[in-house]
Structure formats: structure tokens, C-alpha cells
Write a protein that binds this ligand. Structure first.
Ligand SMILES: [Zn+2]
Length: 140
């Protein structure tokens, strides 16, 4: 794994799963290893109860946004799909608070980083993270 040198972006993701399906940080690690990656591609994970879990070290390049991994930190939350199978902002109040907490903290470490959602990057044809992260965190 290469070292992450410069952090230009903080990128918000979702697991694209229904809330009825629990996803642990270990699950993601296993899924990403199955993709042939060296383990979880995100640097931080926030589950639906608002627990914050470290993923890949912030010193290492992540695997979460094609073409921008070398200059970004990835934060993923559990959910993003409603029970009808549609993309939706399923974040719980605890999860919203935890996301705000971790993103604020990261913004202090990387004051020049721009906060974006995965779908704000070019050629990303998915809804991830299923809410407007750029708008929501514009004040940070
Ligand atoms: Zn994503």
C-alpha cells in the first residue's frame, strides 16, 4: 500500500445496503479483500448506531473513489438504501451526529480538504452517498 501524501478531498460514502441488513467494519474488510484489495478501502466507518470505527490507516492510500484515492480520505456510513431497494438518506440521528463529528475532526486535520460525496466526482454513476454531502457540510 502506498502512503497517502496529500489530502485534497474528504469523500463520503454509504454501504448501499438496507438498514435491515447490519454491516460491520469486518464485513466491509472481507468484501474489499474479496475484490482483491488489501482490506477495507475506507478510512472511517460509521454504523447506524453512530459508532465510529477506524478502517484503513489515514497514512495509507484508500480504495474508495476511482482516480482520487491518492489524494482523499474515505468515510462510509451504514445504509443508503430504503426497504423498497431505492437509494435514500437512511441516516439515523445518531449516525448524522457521528458523521458530523468525524468529518469536523478530519477537517481540522486537513483544513484545505474539500468535502464531497462519492457521486460528486466525475463519471460516478451511482447515488452514493444518497444525500448531498457537499451541501450539508459546506459550513465546515
Ligand atoms: Zn461510494
Amino acid at each position: 500500500m502506498s502512503k497517502l501524501k496529500e489530502v485534497k478531498y474528504l469523500v463520503v460514502h454509504c454501504t448501499a445496503t438496507k438498514l435491515s441488513q447490519r454491516v460491520s467494519v469486518e464485513d466491509i474488510d472481507r468484501w474489499h479483500k474479496a475484490q482483491g484489495w488489501s482490506g477495507i478501502g475506507y478510512h472511517w466507518y460509521v454504523d447506524r448506531d453512530g459508532h465510529i470505527f477506524p478502517g484503513r490507516s489515514e497514512h495509507q492510500t484508500g480504495a474508495h473513489v476511482k482516480g482520487y484515492n491518492h489524494c482523499s480520505i474515505g468515510i462510509c456510513y451504514e445504509g443508503g438504501i430504503n426497504e423498497q431497494g431505492q437509494p435514500a438518506d437512511t441516516r439515523t440521528p445518531a449516525q448524522k451526529a457521528a458523521l458530523l463529528f468525524i468529518i469536523k475532526d478530519l477537517k481540522q486535520s486537513y483544513p484545505n480538504a474539500i468535502i464531497l460525496g462519492h457521486h460528486d466526482f466525475p463519471n460516478v454513476h451511482k447515488s452514493c452517498p444518497c444525500f448531498d454531502a457537499r451541501k450539508e457540510y459546506a459550513v465546515l
